[in-house]
Design a protein around this ligand. Structure first.
Ligand SMILES: [Zn+2]
Length: 95
């Protein structure tokens, strides 16, 4: 009887873990969707005709300041390694 209790207990724990795994999967899915949406937003700002000067340009500089690449190489990705020469070239070459 003790063994049966142990197995039942284990089974319950597995079911709980599966439920948590499913929740994590849904959260990861939502985060990926959100990430994709943000990438598109950033991309829209970048591709406006006036993107290199004025408001569009300020947006690029702001995005860079917030830690995102604005260069062609890694556009929209987080700048985990600090400053990016490509981004800085783009921003500094505004005039
Ligand atoms: Zn960059």
């Amino acid at each position: 009887m003790e063994l049966i209790n142990f197995i039942t207990n284990l089974e319950n724990k597995f079911q709980q873990l599966l439920k948590e795994l499913e929740e994590l999967k849904m959260r990861a899915f939502a985060l990926e969707e959100e990430n994709e949406k943000l990438r598109k937003e950033v991309s829209n700002i970048y591709q406006k005709p006036a993107g290199r000067k004025g408001v569009g340009f300020d947006n690029l500089a702001r995005l860079y300041g917030e830690g995102f690449h604005v260069c062609h190489m890694h556009f929209g990705q987080s700048r985990v390694e600090g400053d990016c020469l490509f981004c800085m070239g783009l921003i500094n070459g505004k005039e």
